[in-house]
Design a binder for this molecule. Structure first.
Ligand code: ADP
Length: 639
């Protein structure tokens, strides 16, 4: 038989009795009894403090020490160790007194045969007590956790009468436990969400699952706060719901933050709209006078009579105005990128035409620095039409070529593209000053330039490449540079190929009309701007009529005068360009009306087309562009 060790401490002053006791222990067959016999108080105290006996057997009457004292001393150190009195005959009152004092049993010496039985029962009871103590401890911990929980906890019965609330609940609501216990939980529900509240209660009643969600609650003072609530049913052994437990967290601060964020977002949106309107206006106001400056300077430049000095002055005005225009454009673009107003407008784009146009516009600049300029494009028999944002792509390449020419003193500038199935890779290569390794990343950041502001050789705002980068990313592409100091740089722009189609190249030639005399109605309130357009058409076979506002334009178009094309300004007194266009189109839908606008934002241009204009031309108006546009819309054009 497997025996368990049983350590017994025996306090007995009579050796004879001690032996008798020991003899009885043999009957405990399941235990291997290790008896430590002590007969003095000191030996007993030493034993209980040095070891933890499984059980103590003690005489009731001891010289200089009393059994009850021995019991108390044991309980102080080992409260769960069974203590059995083994004593001579005692009266009933004394016996009851021993049990009251905490003894587990008593065995009278003339019935010593009961000792093994008493020990067994005491050991069983001990185990039970240990389990109960453990369970009680666990319960204590649990209720402490509930009581001290950082969330509020409410328990109510099936009728929604509150039975328990924890400390946090009282802190948050201002109710004491006494005030709230016994009340219906409805007292916490604001009247305007009572219906919703009953619906959720129904859900909990009809399903096993709890209910969770955000809701509002009332404090004792009637103020409302937000909480996240989780309510679950408590069931008895038969599976019947007896209680509901609600665990709630005060989320008023979070809700407040959410509200503030939403308000801040709305404010930001409103201010973005204001900014957009401001930018459109600024763009318009700056471009209008620049239009006249650039246009007339270009015209003066054509004048063969000018002295060299005059020519130089005019060319300085022209350069400075163009620089000013490009700085204004860059600043406005950066502002639009930052406020998220820059949008991508995808349309079929002839990339060979872009390359041709860029070549044409940079050729003279390259020539003036004696740089060789070469452009490489796709097969001359096919035009590559891709789906992209033409304006943005052109602006990126424009910036890169402009920089390449600016930072190259001798040698060449090459640009073009290569194509594979998924991507188009544009490149702009130069043999210029190059860029040191440590600058190759940061030059794409706003305002970053290789030169410090004190020793500038080259002008510039440091915005161009940041715009290129932002635009490239909007097109879903990447931009990078490979460069070596004093050897040159190679900027590469890769964008995904969304759609490609080959078609015969359209002729790029233009012949101004010669025989037929066409009439163009120029609607423009700024006299200088009208004069400029008139001058552009000088010596060409056009009849130019001037209307100073939308009202006059309508009158001309409804009169007997035959008008072939209308060039319509947008912002004008009396009747604006959009209203005038609509009125004219109502009577003569096929008459081409081209918007000429200083609102050069891409979104604005698209908007004009959507409103019904046939086309648009942005101010400052360039002569070639104007004539080319007009040519497209002339009825029965000359070849
Ligand atoms: P900006 O040209 O107005 O200064 P960019 O953003 O276009 O602004 O260019 C930032 C800087 O990058 C330039 O100031 C120059 O230092 C450097 N950089 C750009 N392109 C080249 C190039 N092709 N060769 C050498 N340096 C260049």
């Amino acid at each position: 038989m497997n025996q368990t060790d049983l350590n017994i401490l025996m306090l007995e002053d009579d050796p004879m009795d001690a032996e008798l006791n020991k003899a009885q222990l043999h009957l405990l067959e399941e235990y291997r009894c290790n008896v430590q016999w002590v007969f003095s108080k000191q030996a007993y105290l030493d034993a209980i403090s040095a070891t933890s006996p499984d059980i103590v057997l003690s005489d009731y009457n001891l010289p200089q020490y009393n059994g009850i004292e021995a019991l108390n001393d044991l309980r102080k150190i080992h409260p769960l160790t069974p203590f059995i009195f083994v004593t001579g005959a005692i009266d009933e009152e004394t016996a009851a007194g021993t049990i009251k004092a905490g003894a587990w049993d008593y065995v009278v010496k003339d019935r010593l045969f009961r000792l093994p039985l008493a020990i067994r029962s005491a050991l069983l009871l001990k185990e039970e007590r240990i389990n109960t103590t453990r369970a009680e401890e666990k319960n204590r911990q649990l209720s402490k956790a509930v009581e001290q929980s950082p969330v509020h906890i409410v328990i109510c019965d099936r009728e929604n009468t509150i039975e328990y609330v924890n400390k946090k609940f009282t802190e948050v609501t201002g109710y004491t436990a006494n005030e709230i216990i016994g009340k219906n939980v409805e007292i916490l529900v604001p009247p305007y969400i009572k219906d919703e509240y009953y619906k959720s209660l129904n859900t909990i009643n009809t399903s096993d699952e709890g209910w969770k969600g955000e809701s509002q609650s009332l404090r004792k003072d009637g103020s409302v706060f937000w909480e996240y609530i989780y309510i679950s049913p408590l069931k008895n052994d038969k599976g019947e719901t007896t209680h509901f437990v609600a665990i709630k967290e005060d989320i008023t601060k979070r809700k407040q933050m959410e509200r503030e964020l939403i308000e801040a977002r709305d404010r930001a949106l409103r201010s973005d709209k204001l900014k957009e309107a401001f930018l459109q206006n600024l763009s318009h106001e700056i471009r209008t006078p620049l239009n006249a400056i650039v246009g007339f300077s270009e015209l003066l430049n054509l004048d063969k009579q000018q002295t060299n000095e005059q020519k130089e002055y005019v060319s300085i005005i022209l350069d400075s105005s163009n620089q000013l225009l490009s700085i204004v454009n860059d600043i406005l673009t950066v502002a639009r990128i930052q406020t998220g107003q820059e949008t991508v407008v995808l349309k079929p784009t002839d990339i060979n035409a872009i390359i041709d146009n860029l070549y044409a516009s940079f050729k003279s600049q390259a020539d003036s620095k004696s740089l060789e300029l070469t452009a490489q494009k796709g097969s001359s028999y096919a035009a590559y039409i891709v789906q992209t944002d033409e304006t943005k792509l052109t602006q990126i390449l424009n910036n890169l070529i402009n920089n390449a020419i600016k930072f190259t003193e001798k040698g060449k500038v090459e640009f073009g593209y290569t194509i594979n199935k998924k991507q188009i890779k544009f490149y702009v290569k130069d043999t210029g000053i190059g860029i040191a390794k440590n600058f190759q990343e940061i030059i794409f950041e706003r305002f970053r330039q290789v030169e410090s502001s004190l020793n500038r050789t080259f002008g510039g705002t440091g915005l161009g490449l940041s715009i290129c980068k932002a635009f490239t990313e909007m097109l879903g592409g990447t931009i990078s540079v490979e460069s070596e100091l004093a050897v040159g740089s190679n900027f590469q722009l890769t964008i995904p190929l969304q759609e490609i189609e080959k078609k015969p190249a359209p002729p790029h030639s233009f012949s101004p009309p010669s025989d037929t005399r066409y009439t163009i109605l120029v609607v423009e309130d700024e006299l200088f701007n009208f004069r400029l357009i008139e001058a552009y058409f000088h010596k060409m076979n056009f009849n130019i009529i001037h209307a100073q506002n939308g009202q006059e334009a309508i009158e001309y178009c409804l009169s007997n005068i035959k008008i072939d094309i209308v060039l319509m300004d947008i912002k004008m007194p009396k009747v604006d360009g959009v209203s005038a266009m609509r009125e004219i189109k109502r009577h003569n839908a096929s008459l081409p009306i081209i918007a000429q606008t200083a609102y050069a934002l891409e979104s604005e241009k698209q908007h004009l087309l959507e409103m019904g204009f046939d086309d648009y031309i942005a101010k400052p108006i360039k002569k070639d562009e104007l004539i080319q546009k007009v040519n497209i819309y002339l009825p029965n054009k000359q070849p």
